[in-house]
Every structure is written in C-alpha cells, then in structure tokens.
Design a protein around this ligand. Structure first.
Ligand code: COA
Length: 254
C-alpha cells in the first residue's frame, strides 16, 4: 500500500498520509509524492480544493527522524522544501483535517493551509529546539504575525505541545470538533468550496496571500540555518537518542 494516497473526487483532491505504524512520519519519498499530487492539479480546473488528512491515530509525527539522522554534511532539505513550495504555490484552497498529534512539519504545514479543522484533543508541537533544530518553512516569520512575538517565542524556544484551544487562539487552526463531528464538518466545507465560482475563489486566496515574497524569503533563510543545525552535535545526539529510545545525554546537547 502506498504511503501517500491521493484521490480526486467531486472536485476535491484528498491527500492521505498513510503510514500509521510509524505515526505517519514523513520520509523523503512521501514529500515527493505529496508534491507530485499538488503539482498534478496545477492546470486541472476540475479540482477546486485540496484536503490533507492522516490515516490511523494521528495526522503526522513530522519528519522521519531516521531520514534526519542519515543526512550527510551539506545535505539540503530538498524533498520537504519541494513539497512545502508546492503547498505554498497551491492556487486552490487547502483544507487540513487534523487529529491525534501534528508534530514538527505537521504543524508547520498548517500555517500554509487555508482551513484547518482539528479534533478537540489534538496536540500540536513545534519541537525543533528540543532536537537541536530551528524553525522551518517560514514558521519563525508567520507564527509571530499570527500569535504575537511573546507566544511565538514560547512555542518555538520551549517546543512544548499545545492544544486546540491555544491553536485556535493563535490562529493556527480554524476550529475544533469532536471526533464524531469532524469528518462531516470537513466534508461540508469542501463541498461549499467546490460550489464557489473558480475565478473568484482562486483570486480570493491569492489576494489573502499578499505577503508571498517575504514568506518565501524567510523559507530560504530558515532552510539554510536548518541545514546547519541538523549537522550539529546536539541535533545528532537528539536523533540518535530518539531512534535508540534513550534519554538525551545533556553533555552532548549543548
Ligand atoms: N520519525 C521516525 N519514526 C517515528 C517518528 C518519526 N518522526 N514518530 C514515530 N516514529 C516511530 C517510532 O519510532 C515507533 O517505531 P517502532 O514501532 O519501530 O518502535 C513508531 O513510530 C510508533 O511511535 P511511538 O513513539 O511508539 O508512538 P507513541 O504514541 O508513543 O508517540 C509520538 C507518538 C508522535 C508522540 C512520538 O512517536 C514522537 O514524539 N515522535 C517523534 C516526533 C518528532 O520529534 N518528529 C520530528 C519533528 S521535527
């Protein structure tokens, strides 16, 4: 079974992250599959909405840490960048249906979606600092604008989980619903979006995204710093500790 499922139905492209046994951790290949699915609808006027969801008990646990650990010095974050650029450039509205946990890029990508609905008990976390890493894909630019500098500092420099109440208040999600209500809510929003006139829909999204140049600029800056951070001793220690299921050695995490 494919790790990324994409299906076009009734004007909606649904992209399902399908690696439940690894909490939907995203590998290089999975980023490329998601980018392909997004790029594949660029000139397809029958698709007016994209929906992201996760199979199993969570949305995604973020980047596969094995992939991080296997990076060679100087390796760039190419595949995730290709995906995030495709998401950033997606002209139709993007809806995310989130449940369980959304870790790392699982939360970062939500900052680039348009409608984000989460199950009430979802936990979000931007754990980069605790892995010796830095924010990615313009989150250090977008989050302060959404949540304010003080809250963004807390989220990005402490890297602790937060719930749907905070996520709603920060503007990270649109709303939260019970597990029983969520699928119907998402379906109804997708249906409404598909019913809108295409030109007006695309232009409205484009007009809302009036800060694209600065966002892309920050994405590039963060990608460079992220690449450097991933090669530090602290990051290597954090990756190895997670994969070996052991606590981080503070002597190597400075
Ligand atoms: N990368 C690689 N493997 C991952 C992973 C990730 N991001 N997240 C989970 N897995 C793997 C676990 O190693 C485990 O593999 P195993 O069955 O071979 O031992 C399996 O998925 C199940 O995860 P587990 O940790 O046992 O589930 P849990 O319910 O106890 O915890 C999480 C779920 C998401 C809280 C926890 O897995 C986690 O913290 N993952 C890492 C998140 C992270 O730091 N991501 C990187 C962001 S930059």
């Amino acid at each position: 079974m494919s790790l990324i499922l994409s299906e076009k139905h009734n004007g909606v492209l649904t992209i399902t992250i399908n690696r439940p046994e690894k909490k939907n951790a995203l590998t290089r290949g999975m980023y490329l599959s998601m980018a392909d699915a997004l790029l594949g609808i660029e000139h397809d006027e029958s698709i007016k909405t994209v929906l992201f969801r996760g199979e199993g008990d969570c949305f995604t646990s973020g980047n596969d840490i094995t992939d991080f650990a296997e990076r060679k010095e100087g390796d760039t974050v190419n595949e995730s960048l290709i995906f995030m650029r495709a998401l950033f450039n997606c002209e139709v509205p993007v809806v995310a249906q989130v449940h369980g946990v959304a870790v790392g890029i699982g939360t970062t990508m939500l900052l680039h979606c348009d409608f984000i609905y989460a199950e009430t008990n979802t936990r979000f976390v931007l754990p980069f600092i605790n892995l010796g890493l830095v924010p990615e894909f313009a989150s250090s630019y977008l989050l302060p604008k959404m949540a304010g500098h003080a809250k963004a500092s807390e989220l990005l420099m402490l890297g602790e989980p937060f719930g749907t109440e905070d996520a709603c208040q920060f503007g990270v999600i649109t709303g939260s619903f019970s597990a029983a209500e969520l699928p119907a809510k998402v379906e109804s929003v997708c249906k409404k979006l598909v019913g809108k006139p295409l030109f007006a829909l695309l232009q409205t999204k484009s007009l809302l995204k009036n800060d694209s140049e600065s966002t892309l600029h920050h994405m590039d800056i963060e990608t460079d710093v992220f690449t450097q951070a991933a090669g530090t001793e602290a990051a290597r220690e954090a990756f190895d500790a997670f994969l070996s299921k052991r606590p981080i050695n503070p002597e190597k995490f400075k």
